[in-house]
Design a protein around this ligand. Structure first.
Ligand code: AGP
Length: 604
């Protein structure tokens, strides 16, 4: 998820673009750049934070009253200066937020017409494509280019020969800000609030042709579109959170898109990871064990990964806590694949665990959200999640994105090792593709419900979270969410373990949160656990799909759309995240910055 801003008017665009990028830094912060038109296109770019770009501009000032700016969250290509935006191609410069799925095809087309990509990004191809079609009319060139692009793209375009600013929107956000004698484009309202509160919100398949006094909107067929002006009365900070009170709630709301973007380009008729991993059949067939290592929430994702690798791909797998694994000196079999999972890509214990595996010449694969992070750079192979920047300390959208990669990887191994037949593969893949919408639906179903019950459930000091099988890691993760942001004690436990000790804790002061497996086989066992608790006056909260929501002893049932047991982790974690959020919010805590915690534990 990157940040885009553009300006056309009578002022020098540079200070406006820089202030705009600062307001967008939460959308991505691994590199940035601006381009302005001052007779020709002048571009300054820098890796790292925006302050580095400001330093470069100080040393080499540029001016122009038409310009575009970009702060990057790398999805394709290392976070360095050459990959930073804007990307220029002769007459035009562009900034892009999104993923071009058919980049290879576009690159081949451009190569045949004399264009050679300089960066590793898919975005640069958009600049070349628009320049290829440019013949004196920028709007027409853009209209031709967009018909060749697949994927998601919000694009800002300027051209040295025209006093125009173009904004293109398709499956990535882009808005037009309306000023007096000046106009703007941006990824969202935050960067424009100092200048205007009047906006045109572009829909997918729309393109805006803008000059300092006029704004015309067209659909991709070139037909003009009339749009109403919207006004927004947010503060800048509210705008950065998309109107949500905390980043955590915004990031839970983004989980469906985070999973969708992580799957994007990796599933066509089949799960296709060969190209991204550059693995051959021999390497894959040699893998006879998988060891997954991580910390915290990422470890709970690893536990889900272990479960599906063993039960779906029938590959022996273990999941280890990094801070324990790294001191055990386990002898790793040479046909082991070592997988580390980390949102930040900087967690010290995880990094050290991977170093240990590498010292034994074991192939290492990392599942990471931050492009170019230490763990990503050190691993032999990397599969990036595309969750976008996760600002809140409590990990939410990164977690479901890690699950998405683990399911993709499991189905990929199952296909290559033939542990699933074609029909099973097809069924699993079809359900995986439905998960983003089901996550969004789960969010909508439960958001208001958890806010209504927060006053009551915030008065309890201890909770038990109970799950079986693939839902046991979700019980652990749900308990962690409540612990880390509401400071209430919560313990995740295997439901079948209740009678081996934890049931001694049950009385009316300790609610039990049961994850009801959407599986007739496991359901009855869990219902009998519930009976054991309710007969001891224990409060019951249940999470269940809408097919199993009639849980008579539960004082609260948080429901999800129906799905297979194997995919239930994606959906069941959402009500638990919302439950924790609503209690912490009701208690008035700093949800995004919980006490004693940091977003990335880079120390041991
Ligand atoms: C999760 O909500 C916590 N913030 C924490 O447990 C986190 O998952 C853990 O520190 C691992 O971080 P990583 O994924 O960046 O390696």
């Amino acid at each position: 998820m990157c940040g885009i801003v553009g300006y056309i008017g009578k002022k020098n665009a540079v200070p406006l673009l820089i202030e705009g990028l600062k307001a967008l830094e939460y959308r991505g912060y691994d590199s940035s750049g601006i381009s302005v038109i001052d007779k020709k296109i002048e571009t300054i770019k820098a890796s790292g934070k925006i302050v580095n770009l400001i330093d470069k501009l100080f040393k080499r000032p540029i001016n122009g009253n038409i310009g575009i700016g970009h702060t990057r969250w790398a999805t394709h290509g290392e976070p360095n200066e050459i990959n930073a935006h804007p990307h220029q191609s002769r007459e035009v410069a562009i900034v892009h937020n999104g993923i071009i799925e058919n980049a290879k095809e576009i690159e081949a087309f451009l190569a045949k017409n004399g264009y050679k990509r300089k960066s590793q990004t898919d975005s640069e191809l958009i600049a070349h494509l628009i320049n290829y079609f440019y013949n004196g009319n920028l709007l027409n060139a853009c209209l031709k280019a967009v018909h060749m692009l697949n994927g998601s793209f919000a694009v800002g375009v300027i051209c040295r020969r025209e006093k125009k600013l173009i904004g293109i929107k398709y499956k990535s956000p882009l808005i037009v800000g309306i000023g007096n004698g000046e106009n703007f484009i941006a990824s969202d309202v935050a960067p424009l609030l100092p200048y205007t509160n009047r906006f045109l919100f572009l829909e997918d398949g729309e393109i805006a042709e803008i000059d300092e006094d006029n704004i015309r909107i067209f659909d991709f067929r070139g037909s003009e579109v009339k749009k109403d002006i919207s006004t927004v009365d947010w503060t800048k900070e509210q705008a950065e959170k998309g109107g949500y009170k905390h980043f955590m709630l915004k990031e839970i709301a983004e989980e469906g898109d985070a999973v969708r973007n992580t799957l994007l380009g990796r599933i066509d008729d089949n799960i296709s990871l060969e190209e991204e991993l550059k693995w051959n059949g021999k390497f894959i067939n040699n893998i006879n064990k998988v060891v997954l290592v991580a910390c915290g929430t990422s470890y709970y994702a690893a536990l889900v990964g272990r479960y599906i690798l063993q039960n779906v791909a029938h590959i022996p797998a273990t999941a280890e806590v990094a801070s324990e694994f790294r001191y055990e000196n386990i002898l790793l079999d040479r046909n082991t694949l070592f997988i580390v999972i980390s949102q930040s890509g900087e967690t010290a214990d995880t990094l050290e665990s991977m170093s240990y595996a590498k010292s034994q010449n074991i192939p290492t694969l990392s599942i990471v959200n931050v492009q170019g992070s230490s763990i990503a750079r050190m691993s032999d192979y990397v599969l990036y999640t595309h969750a976008g920047p996760e600002i809140s300390v409590a990990s939410t959208k990164a977690f479901v994105s890690q699950l998405a990669i683990l399911y993709l990887f499991t189905l990929f191994l199952s296909r290559t090792k033939r542990t699933l037949n074609n029909q099973q593969l097809k069924d699993y893949t079809e359900e995986l593709l439905k998960i983003p919408d089901k996550i969004n639906e789960t969010f909508e179903i439960n958001l208001q419900k958890v806010q209504n019950i927060a006053p009551y459930y915030s008065q309890f000091k201890n909770y038990l979270y109970l799950g079986r099988g693939i839902l046991y890691p979700i019980a652990l993760e749900g308990a962690l969410k409540l612990k880390e942001i509401s400071y209430l004690h919560a313990e995740g436990y295997a439901a079948g373990e209740m009678k081996h000790g934890p049931i001694a804790l049950i009385d009316k002061t300790t609610p039990s949160v049961f994850l009801i497996p959407p599986s007739p086989l496991l359901l009855n066992k869990t219902l009998s656990n519930i009976k054991e608790v309710s007969s001891r006056k224990g409060e019951i909260i249940a999470v269940a799909t809408d097919k199993y929501e009639k849980i008579e002893d539960a004082g609260l049932v948080l429901t999800t759309p129906s799905t297979d047991l194997i995919f239930s982790p994606f959906l069941y974690i959402v009500p638990l995240q919302l439950f924790a959020y609503s209690i912490a919010n009701y208690l008035g805590y700093d949800v995004d910055h919980p006490r004693n915690l940091a977003k990335s534990v880079t120390v041991e």
